[in-house]
Design a binder for this molecule. Structure first.
Ligand code: NDP
Length: 315
């Protein structure tokens, strides 16, 4: 390997959601000259949401994409090097820590902050795959526009599903919210919102068995009642899946301790992992709160801990 393919950095941040950018703001201000590799979805999951009304500091609310641009610019203002690219491989068995980018460059880092977030889950139906992009979607904000004036269904009972249903209700004629139990997991505020939206109909105890179509586009969904076992079909042109997330930790398997669901294990009350110099922040290590503000909070913690760890190591 030639030296031109190796770059030495003090702080490598992997991922560009609220955790990554907040870590970058703090690391840059602490003079760690952070380098952020954004991943494929620059700005993270919030770039696929609509209004964010619960992030402190935006009294009138803000859209996810605008908030993420604000965070990026704030990180860059203090000298963060934000690069659109992917870290494909890490080697934490040696120190300094190593990471390889999708262009083959090796980054040798004194500290690494992992903030790779989590990815939307799918039901796993053949028909869901078949019609993906032809009526099946996991992002109402991205694709809702195509279903204006039509009937659509959203699967899930959490905040994401309710938020997507409320968003789609503004664009579409009718929105079915398909819930597998007889209650919603979503916050009370979101529950009230969907229940008070006239063109949202909640289908309780309903399990999607098949997304039906004409081989080109979605025309409906076949549902099984979880209690009675009865089947029924609803006619919809759009089918939105909003059933939760999987942590983005594939490249860290075997390199760092993960829990049984694949989330990175951190020392309670800290962002420290079992590998010295590696810290984890945001949804990649949090399956409880999963909020932009908690992700940002742990991003801040990770940068402070990285700086202190490096200071102690060098002194
Ligand atoms: P959640 O894990 O909270 O909810 C997933 C939902 O999908 C549950 O209702 C679950 O049902 C259902 N589900 C899971 N698997 C299946 C399946 N195979 N078939 C049918 N239904 C299924 O995920 P969310 O993405 O909604 O939310 C994640 C986190 O992000 C939460 O903490 C949430 O509060 C937060 N969030 C906050 C927002 C905000 O504050 N603006 C917006 C969006 C999310 P069951 O309940 O039966 O398990």
């Amino acid at each position: 390997m030639s030296s031109s393919e190796i770059e030495k950095v003090e702080c490598l941040i992997i991922g560009s959601g609220p955790a990554g950018y907040t870590a970058a703001i703090y690391a840059a201000r602490a003079d760690l000259k952070p380098v952020v590799y954004t991943g494929m979805q620059m700005g993270g999951q919030l770039t696929t949401t609509t209004e964010v009304d619960n992030f402190p500091g935006y009294p009138k609310g803000v859209t996810g994409p605008v908030m993420m641009e604000d965070l990026q610019h704030q990180a860059e203002r203090f000298g963060t090097d934000v690069r659109f690219g992917i870290i494909e491989k890490v080697d934490f068995q040696q120190y300094p820590l190593q990471a390889t980018t999708d262009s083959g460059k090796v980054i040798v880092a004194d500290t690494v902050i992992i903030s790779t977030g989590a990815t939307a889950r799918w039901l796993g139906l053949e028909s869901e795959k078949k019609y993906n992009g032809h009526g099946v979607s996991a992002c109402a904000t991205c694709d809702g526009f195509f279903f204006r004036g039509m009937d659509v269904a959203v699967v899930g009972g959490g905040d994401t599903a309710c938020e997507e249903a409320a968003y789609l209700a503004k664009l579409c004629k009718k929105v079915y919210l398909i819930v597998r139990r007889d209650e919603l997991r979503a916050s009370k505020a979101m529950q009230h919102r969907v229940m008070n939206t006239p063109n949202i109909e909640i289908l309780w105890n309903s399990l999607p068995e098949e997304v039906t179509g004409d081989n080109k586009v979605v025309t409906g969904v076949r549902l099984k009642n979880a209690k009675t076992g009865d089947y029924k079909e609803i006619e919809v042109q759009g089918f939105f899946v909003a059933i939760g997330h999987t942590p983005n930790t594939d490249i860290f398997k075997g390199q760092i301790d993960l829990d049984e669901q694949g989330y990175i294990k951190t020392v309670p009350g800290s962002t420290r992992t079992n590998v010295a110099g590696v810290f984890a922040a945001g949804d990649v290590q949090d399956h409880v709160f999963r909020q932009a503000v908690t992700a940002a909070g742990t991003g801040c913690m990770a940068a402070i801990e990285a700086e202190r760890w490096l200071g102690e190591k060098n002194s």
